[in-house]
Design a protein around this ligand. Sequence first.
Ligand code: 13P
Length: 250
Amino acid sequence: MPLARPIVFGNWKMHGLRADALALAGSLAQRSARLSATLGIFPPATVLAEVARRVADTALMVGGQDCHDKPEGPYTGCISAPMLKDAGARAVIVGHSERRHGLGESDDFVCRKARAAIESGLLTVLCIGETEEEWLAGRRFEVLTRQLDGSLPDSATAETLLIAYEPVWAIGTGRTPSIEDIRETHAWLRRRLAARFADGAQMALLYGGSVKAANAAEIMAQPEVDGVLVGGASLHAEEFWRIYTSGGGA
Ligand code: 13P
């Protein structure tokens, strides 16, 4: 079954000690007994199991922020896709720019992670996006082509994977591309996916980067934008909920 649109996902990144994480999850859980669309949260691994238990009776989806490409083994500090699933995750983010650029993860490594996540039955959120330098040099589509070719596995389907386009220069900066640029990039992504995958026309495409309640409605109204991946604004229940409802979620 395809996910109901809009899809609104909150990436908490490295935020949330237990008390705050459970308070935030609880506040969202109160509103999420039933949801007309798709709402998900991606807490830090340390609180994932507790958060998943806290929202277990609701329609909220819980996911991990990253996974290793192996199911287990001598990889100190890493977390595998089966471990995330075991902790209550239904989804996982891979290829976030804070790992690609911040930690030097290659397209190939991200591809193997995505494959592992799909094999474990986790809904996989594959992030792609150009840096400011690449954007200014007019290399956006060249970079996205390389990332799609290198990190999106052939085993992906619309049921198992969705793409989040997050321009690196829009993450946490308060800046976003113009609405025309977002529309153009998403239309381009849609054509690429439709050309490569039998069900590419159905694969969900999220936008991420400085999404807040004030701009979410306009972004989500664009034809090939199926939802948003929210960072900072997802740490506030009220703001995050307003983003969800502004896209038509109830
Ligand atoms: P911000 O919404 O804080 O810009 O972060 C976006 C992001 O990186 C989500 O994964």
